[in-house]
Design a protein around this ligand. Structure first.
Ligand code: BGC
Length: 828
C-alpha cells in the first residue's frame, strides 16, 4: 500500500467517508489526516466546472467559461492522435486552472446503434480507434499532473433505462468489442481513474462486477488507480468496494458510509478491501495536488480557441464533392442558408455541455473569408414543422448566388444524454429545403452538424456535402477553412453510415425498453456487420474525400507489422488516413470479414511519397476463446489489407501464422447466425448458444432497482400520479425540441438512487419505506378512512388519516436517517 502510514491513523468511520463524495463534485476532505478535498469535473469536450454552491451533475447550473472543443465524434474523425493529445493537454490545463483534480473524460463507449443519444460523446463503433484516441487524450490531460477518467466502463451503449438496464452479452463480444478500447486506454496511457457505467453487465452492476473490475481491469490490465461510480450509479457500495470500486459519487450522504461500516462490522466486507480502496483514494487526491499547485493562474483562451478551430477543421469529413465544387474560389458569391448558420449546433446536451468562452457562427465569420456574402436566410424552423415564408425567402436568396452554403443538422433534443434519438432522419423541413434549393440553384454545399449518422437519401440532390459533426465553439471557422481550401479535408468516418436504420443489426430491439439490453448481434457491430453480411451502406467506415489524391504501393507485411508507401498524386498538400485491416478468409472459428488493426495519418506535399510503418502484435490476429478463457490465434493464412477506407482496399499481402492450437470454442454448439452474420433477428436458442447459458427473463419486479418509469406497474395510487406527471413532462419535452435532462434523469432513475441523490436527506431506509408504498402499503390507509367515516369524523379527516398513514413511515425513516447521520458525523 502506498499510504499505509495515513491509513493506520484513520478510524473505520473516516475510511468509509473517504470512499464517497462530500459534495456533487468533491471528495471527502480529512484535513487533519493530510487528505484535502479533490474536485472532479466533466468532460469530455471541455471543462464543466461549477464553482458556486449549486453544483449539479446534469449541467443545470452555470459553469465557469471554458473552451468547448469539438466533441469526441469530431475528434475521432481526425484519426489524429497527436492532435487529440494536444486537445487533451489544453483541456487538462483549463481543468487545472479551475482547480479540478480529475477530468471526467474521455467517453469511449462503443457506438452500437446510430440512435444512442450520447453517440456524440463517444469516438467510434470500432474499439481500436476508440482506444487509441482515448489514450492520446488521457496522455494530454495527465501531462498537466491531474487525472483523466475514461468512462463509462462498460457496455453502456444506450441511454434508455440507463441506470438499471442489464447489458446481456457473451464473453467474446465483451472482450473483443466492448472492452478492447478500455484495455488500450489503460495499457497505453495509465489513466489514474476510470468511471464505471450505470448499467448492469450480465446481471451484475458494472460498479460491483468483480469480473470487470477485479479480474479484468485490475488483475489482467494492471490498473491501480481509483474507480469512480457514475453519478448516482452505485447500487450497493459495499459490494462495489469488495469488487474494486473506490469512490461513490456524487454526495450520497452518510447513510452510505453507515452501510459500509455496517458491512465491515458484520463481516460482509473485509476491512482489507476498504483499506485498499482508501489507498487508491488518497493516492489520487495527493498525486493530483502537484499538478494543481503548478497550474497557471489562467489559460490562454485565444490559443485554445485556435486549437479548437484547427481540430474542428481536421474533423470535417468531405462526404461528397461532385465536379470539384469545393473548395470555393475567392469572390464566390455565397448564399448562407439554414438556421444552424446563425445559431450553430456545436455540442451535445447533458453533463458534457460546456459554457463556452465564445461561440463562432458561419454568419459571423463568412465576412472574414474572401467569399462574398449574398445574404443569410434561416430557411426552416429549427425544431421541425412547416414555414412557407422562411422557405420562400431562402429560395429567393439561393437564386441570386453562385453557390449556396446550406447549414443543416440535428437539433438539440435529438442528441442528449438520458434519451435516445427517435429517428435517424433529419427533420423533414430540412430535407424539403434541400430539394427546393437544389432546384433553383444546383450549386449547393451542405454543411452538416450532427453528432451521429443521419439518413442521407437527400444527398443525391446536391453536389457537395461536408460533415462537420459537432465542431465545438470554433466549429464554424473550421468548416469555413475547409470550404475555402485553407485546410485540405482529411477527416474520415469512424462510424458507418447505413442506408437506413433498419439495416443496423440491433435496430429491431434498440433501445431495449425492458430490463435487459440483449446484444444478440454479438461481434457484428458497425462495419464488422455490414461487410460480413454484405449489406450495402451509404458511407463506409473509414471513408472521407480530399481535395487531392493518394496512391498506395509497395506493401510488405509480416506478423509483426506492415510497411507501404503513400504518395500524394494531386496538386495540393493534404493528409491521408491509411487504414490496415486484418482478415482471415478461411477460418474455423467465426469472425468478421475484416477488422481494423492499425492506422496512420500521413501529411504529404503534392508529389511527395512516404513509407508508412504500422506495427502489429499478436492481438491483431487473436480472438477471445471462451473455452480456454484466453486470447488465441487460429493457425493459417491471414490477409493484411491496406486502404483508404474499409471498402477501398488498395493493397493486400498474406502472412501465415502457426496459431496457438486452441480447441474450437463452438465445437458442437449451433451458432449458425454468427457464422453467416445473419444476426438481425437471432432467436433465443442461438443467442443462448452464444452466451453459453439460458437467456435471462425480462419481467419487471418491484424492487429497489425499479425505475420511476415503471411506477405504473406498482400498486400505489400516489406513485401512479407521480408517474403520470413524469410521463407528461417527458412527452412535453419531446414536443418542445429542447432537452429536459432533469426529467429524463428521474424518469430512468431507479428508486434506490433516491437514497444517494438527495445529498444525505434520504437513505436506504427511506427507499425501503417508499418501496413498501409501491407494493401497496398505502391502501391500508383506506381502513382508517372507513373507520373515520364510521365514527362520523367526516371524509376530510378520513383522507388526512389516509395521507398520514402513507407519509409518516417515510418521514419517520428520513428523521431516523438524519439522527444516525448526526451520530456518525460526530465521530469524524
Ligand atoms: C454522466 C457522466 C458524468 C456524470 C457527472 C452522469 O450523468 O453519465 O458521464 O460524468 O453524470 O456529471
Amino acid at each position: 500500500m502506498r499510504h499505509a502510514d495515513i491509513i493506520a491513523r484513520l478510524t473505520l468511520e473516516q475510511k468509509c467517508v473517504l470512499l464517497q463524495g462530500a459534495k456533487p463534485f468533491g471528495t471527502w476532505p480529512l484535513d487533519r489526516a493530510g487528505v484535502p478535498q479533490m474536485e472532479f469535473s466533466d468532460g469530455p469536450s471541455g471543462v464543466r466546472h461549477q464553482a458556486g454552491e449549486h453544483a449539479d451533475h446534469l449541467g443545470l447550473s452555470g459553469s465557469e467559461p471554458a473552451t468547448c472543443f469539438p466533441t469526441a465524434v469530431t475528434m475521432a474523425n481526425t484519426w489524429d492522435e497527436e492532435l487529440e493529445e494536444r486537445v487533451g493537454a489544453a483541456m487538462g490545463q483549463e481543468a487545472a486552472v479551475q482547480k479540478v483534480g480529475t477530468l471526467l473524460a474521455p467517453g469511449l463507449c462503443i457506438k452500437r446503434n446510430p440512435l444512442c443519444g450520447r453517440n456524440f460523446e463517444y469516438f467510434s463503433e470500432d474499439p481500436l480507434v476508440s482506444g487509441k484516441m482515448a489514450a492520446a487524450f488521457v496522455r494530454g490531460v495527465q501531462s498537466n499532473g491531474i487525472a483523466a477518467c475514461p468512462k463509462h466502463f462498460a457496455v453502456n451503449s444506450q441511454e434508455t433505462r440507463r441506470q438499471a438496464s442489464d447489458s446481456v452479452l457473451d464473453e467474446r463480444t465483451l472482450r473483443e468489442i466492448y472492452l478492447a478500447g478500455f484495455e488500450t486506454v489503460v495499457r497505453e496511457s495509465a489513466p489514474q481513474t476510470i468511471m464505471t457505467s450505470y448499467n448492469l453487465v450480465n446481471g451484475t452492476y458494472a460498479n460491483e462486477n468483480k469480473h470487470l473490475l477485479k479480474d479484468i481491469l485490475r488483475d489482467e490490465w494492471g490498473f491501480d488507480g481509483a474507480v469512480v461510480t457514475d453519478w448516482g450509479g452505485s447500487n450497493d457500495h459495499a459490494a462495489g468496494v469488495a469488487a474494486g470500486s473506490t469512490f461513490e459519487m456524487p454526495a450520497p450522504g452518510l447513510g452510505e458510509a453507515r452501510q459500509l461500516i455496517e458491512a465491515v462490522r458484520s463481516g460482509r466486507l473485509a476491512e482489507k478491501d476498504v483499506d485498499e480502496r482508501v489507498d487508491e483514494a488518497i493516492e489520487l487526491v495527493l498525486a493530483t495536488r502537484a499538478g494543481l499547485e503548478a497550474a497557471p493562474a489562467a489559460f490562454d483562451a485565444e490559443a485554445h480557441h485556435a486549437l479548437a478551430r484547427e481540430a474542428a477543421a481536421e474533423g470535417c469529413v468531405l462526404l461528397k464533392n461532385e465536379g470539384g465544387l469545393l473548395p470555393l474560389a475567392p469572390r464566390t458569391r455565397v448564399a448562407l442558408i439554414g438556421d444552424f448558420a446563425k445559431t450553430p449546433r456545436y455540442q451535445g446536451a447533458g453533463s458534457s455541455a460546456v459554457n463556452s468562452t465564445r461561440v463562432d457562427s458561419l454568419l459571423d465569420l463568412v465576412g472574414e473569408t474572401e467569399l462574398e456574402l449574398a445574404g443569410y436566410e434561416p430557411g426552416f424552423e429549427r425544431h421541425g414543422g412547416e414555414n412557407r415564408a422562411k422557405l420562400d425567402a431562402a429560395l429567393d436568396l439561393a437564386r441570386h448566388a453562385d453557390v449556396v452554403l446550406l447549414a443543416l443538422g440535428l437539433d438539440e433534443i435529438a442528441e442528449t444524454e438520458g434519451a435516445e434519438r427517435r429517428t435517424m432522419a433529419l427533420n423533414a423541413n430540412q430535407v424539403e429545403l434541400v430539394r427546393a434549393v437544389a432546384q433553383v440553384n444546383p450549386r449547393v454545399t451542405v454543411l452538416l452538424s450532427a453528432g451521429s449518422v443521419v439518413e442521407s437519401g437527400w444527398m443525391a440532390d446536391v453536389p457537395a456535402v461536408l460533415y462537420c459533426a459537432l465542431g465545438g465553439q470554433a466549429g464554424a471557422g473550421g468548416a469555413l477553412d475547409v470550404v475555402c481550401g485553407r485546410v485540405c479535408p482529411s477527416g474520415k468516418l469512424t462510424e458507418t453510415w447505413p442506408r437506413r436504420l433498419a439495416d443496423v443489426p440491433s435496430s429491431a430491439s434498440y433501445p431495449a425498453e425492458g430490463l435487459r439490453a440483449e446484444y444478440r448481434e454479438g461481434l457484428y457491430v458497425g462495419y464488422r456487420y455490414f461487410q460480413t453480411a454484405n449489406v450495402p451502406v451509404a458511407f463506409p467506415f473509414g471513408f472521407g474525400l480530399s481535395y487531392t489524391n493518394f496512391a498506395y504501393s509497395d506493401l510488405k507485411a509480416t506478423d509483426h507489422g506492415a510497411t507501404f508507401t503513400v504518395t500524394n498524386t494531386g496538386s495540393c498538400a493534404g493528409a491521408e488516413v491509411a487504414q490496415l485491416y486484418v482478415a482471415k478468409p478461411e477460418h474455423e472459428v467465426f469472425r468478421p470479414e475484416q477488422e481494423l488493426r492499425g492506422f496512420a495519418r500521413v501529411e504529404l506535399a503534392p508529389g511527395e511519397s512516404r513509407t508508412v510503418e504500422i506495427e502489429l502484435d499478436e492481438r491483431a490476429f487473436s480472438y477471445f476463446n471462451v473455452a480456454t478463457g484466453r486470447w488465441e490465434i487460429e493457425g493459417g493464412i491471414y490477409e493484411i489489407r491496406v486502404g483508404a477506407s474499409s471498402e477501398d482496399i488498395r493493397l493486400v499481402a498474406e502472412v501465415e501464422l502457426a496459431g496457438t492450437g486452441a480447441p474450437d470454442p463452438y465445437e458442437g454448439v449451433d451458432v449458425t447466425p454468427y457464422e453467416t452474420a445473419d444476426v438481425t433477428d437471432v432467436d433465443d436458442a442461438h443467442f443462448s448458444a452464444l452466451l453459453g447459458r439460458p437467456v435471462p427473463d425480462d419481467a419487471p419486479r418491484i424492487e429497489p432497482n425499479m425505475c420511476f418509469r415503471d411506477l405504473n406497474y406498482g400498486r400505489s395510487a400516489i406513485l401512479w400520479a407521480v408517474w403520470l406527471v413524469l410521463r407528461s413532462r417527458v412527452r412535453a419535452m419531446e414536443r418542445s425540441g429542447v432537452s429536459d435532462i432533469n426529467t429524463l434523469f428521474i424518469w430512468n432513475m431507479p428508486l434506490r438512487a433516491m437514497g444517494i441523490m438527495t445529498g444525505g436527506i434520504t437513505d436506504k431506509g427511506v427507499v425501503d419505506a417508499l418501496l413498501r408504498e409501491v407494493r401497496g402499503f398505502g391502501w391500508g390507509g383506506a381502513v382508517l378512512l372507513v373507520l373515520a367515516l364510521a365514527l362520523g369524523w367526516g371524509p376530510l379527516v378520513g383522507c388526512l388519516l389516509w395521507l398520514a398513514w402513507i407519509v409518516v413511515p417515510l418521514v419517520g425513516a428520513a428523521l431516523l436517517n438524519l439522527v444516525r447521520n448526526a451520530a456518525l458525523a460526530r465521530k469524524l
